[in-house]
Design a protein around this ligand. Structure first.
Ligand SMILES: *Cc1c(COP(=O)(O)O)cnc(C)c1O
Length: 454
């Protein structure tokens, strides 16, 4: 097996359980707080929005949580995903490093997001829910949920940020092909949407507004619940199939990563690949784990570790996380999936305790890496995933300079087939970098002291 280009596992090796890192954390994560009382949020507070099983998973400390067979059956449509050895990239870089990547772009939606969408749709179906609502920016999450709902016979309503709805039709068409209803947000469907439109009839929308609409729609309909694509523990849990498969695949080529790399928006693909390896690190194994973010939205590298709202509209519980402030609106970089103001609380705890590292890159450096990768390995990465590619290349160059052969593993969380306009901008020389938005971040952080518990 040692000289293979890709490691493909049989369907029987789709994992049978997800790995829950909450069982192994050195200290329990700070709980979500109710914004008014500053008391921990209880399961009852989440009842209107999420199915019981998902709420239980959110707080579970069981190390292994069984994957229901109907979920594994759908996973088998594209899982196990391949692990590649990037031999052509290694040769181009003249590096002694061994570069591996786990490729999640083989899912029908083209990213890792269906790993949790399918599980969430299953639990809702099992508990008699008829319809799911969610928000989407460019449409990666909306399309994953649209597909998952279709497979379990649920209706799906997606509130899509209006400007993306108008400018990026292809993922909307994909969602509609899977049978979802896609509504440009702000809309007239909800109180939240109507009040924004009264003030600003031409509002381009934002993820924060779309979240408010999707949550309100679910909370006001008995047979409807809401679904979230990143940040929360149950989402990270479902994504661990990525790392569990990768560990088995590395074992088959008789290797183990010295460094594990993932891009980070809310933290789900990063956690999905890295948590099963952090399981070993928390037991004393020596390895580095690196989260890669954009300099335009530098949550871990420049944020503060504080309680903050999960959304711009201040409707969610308070989460303890590295944050740039819920009011911070990052510059419009192409990696839309990395523009979140916070990160998953579990990932933030691990960062705070020094188990993981973080780095930030500007987008032209990221696209340079993306094009190098496409020209050697063939796959044009999603702009988000290209952040991980950039770091993997830099680690490999450092190996060349030090004359060291390390094993580098990164997550290629999705392909860039729907992001070709960004590639065109880069190739034509029109892409520019944004300055680190220091003044905006300082302003957005100012309001946070009032949110902290006594
Ligand atoms: C949504 C998305 C991301 C960012 O979300 P995470 O929860 O941080 O993983 C990264 N890569 C791709 C391809 C995405 O679609």
């Amino acid at each position: 097996m040692k000289d293979v280009t890709k490691v493909v596992l049989p369907e029987s090796e789709v994992p049978k359980a997800w790995y829950n890192i909450l069982a192994d954390l050195p200290s329990p994560p700070p709980p979500p707080l109710h914004p008014a009382t500053k008391q921990p949020v209880g399961p009852a507070d989440l009842d209107p929005l999420f199915p019981r099983e998902v709420i239980l998973q959110e707080v579970s400390t069981e190390r292994w949580i069984e994957i229901p067979e109907p979920v594994r059956e759908i996973y088998r449509l594209w899982r196990p995903t391949p692990l590649f050895r990037a031999r052509r990239l290694e040769a181009a870089l003249r590096t002694p490093a061994r570069i591996y990547y786990k490729y999640e772009g083989t899912s029908p939606a083209g990213s890792h997001k269906p790993n949790t969408a399918v599980a969430q749709a299953f639990y809702n179906r099992q508990e008699g829910v008829r319809r799911l609502t969610t928000e989407t920016g460019a449409g990666q999450w909306g399309s994953a949920l649209a597909m998952a709902c279709r497979m379990f016979g649920l209706e799906c309503t997606v509130y899509m940020v209006r400007v993306s709805y108008q400018q990026k039709p292809y993922r909307r068409i994909l969602m509609e092909t899977w049978g979802a209803e896609v509504i440009p947000s702000p809309s007239d469907r909800t109180h939240a949407g109507r009040s924004i439109r009264e003030q600003d009839p031409d509002s381009p929308g934002s993820l924060g507004i779309a979240i408010s609409e999707a949550v309100e729609d679910a909370a006001t309909h008995e047979d409807t619940k809401y679904s979230l694509g990143s940040v929360l523990n149950h989402v990270l849990l479902h994504q661990t199939v990525i790392g569990l498969e990768a560990k088995r695949q590395m074992e088959l080529v008789d290797d183990y990563p010295d460094v594990v790399i993932g891009c980070i928006g809310g933290g789900s693909n990063f956690a999905g690949l890295s948590f099963p390896f952090l399981h070993d690190k928390l037991r004393g194994r020596n390895l580095r784990v690196v989260a890669v973010e954009p300099t335009a939205c530098p949550t871990l590298t420049k944020g503060r570790y504080l309680y903050d709202f999960g959304d711009t509209a201040r409707t969610t519980p308070l989460l303890k996380m590295y944050t740039l402030g819920h009011a911070f609106i990052p510059p419009g970089i192409h990696a839309g999936g990395l523009r979140y103001h916070g990160d998953a609380p579990t990932v933030c705890l691990l960062y705070d305790q020094g188990y993981i590292e973080a780095v930030a890159y500007p987008q032209t450096a990221v696209f340079e890496a993306a094009v190098t990768f496409a020209r050697t390995e063939g796959i044009p990465p999603a702009p988000e995933s290209a952040h991980a590619v950039r770091r993997a290349i830099d680690e490999a160059i450092a190996c060349r300079e030090a004359g060291e052969s390390k094993a580098i593993l990164f997550n290629l969380s999705g392909h860039g087939h729907f992001d070709l306009a960004a590639y065109e901008e880069y190739l034509s020389g029109r892409m520019r970098d944004f300055d680190y938005p220091e003044a905006d971040i300082r302003k957005a952080l100012e309001g946070l002291q009032a949110l902290q518990p006594a």
